[in-house]
Design a protein around this ligand. Structure first.
Ligand code: ZN
Length: 83
């Protein structure tokens, strides 16, 4: 993953889903939870990532999404944003 040194500017409309869970663990859902775009929790997770503390950015395998992950307070917060 690429460490980014700026705060990501995230268009809320482009957020496809979000994830919250244990850092560095399996992301199938056994160590955390995915939230669909219409969930109010997505907004909160996007807020954590926008705070740009320990944020890493990667591109999805198909190249259609940016994936932002922040580790804050021992929790991992990830959002999936359309490019
Ligand atoms: Zn798993």
């Amino acid at each position: 993953m690429t460490q980014i040194i700026y705060c990501p500017i995230i268009d809320p409309v482009k957020i496809n889903r979000a994830y919250a869970g244990k850092p560095g663990k399996c992301m199938c859902g056994c160590s955390g939870k995915y939230y669909e775009a219409d969930s109010p929790i997505v907004k909160r997770i996007a807020g954590y990532v926008s705070a740009c503390e320990n944020v890493e950015m990667q591109k999805s395998r198909n190249g259609g999404e940016f994936i932002y992950t922040a580790i804050i307070g021992g929790r991992q917060y990830t959002i999936y944003v359309s490019i």
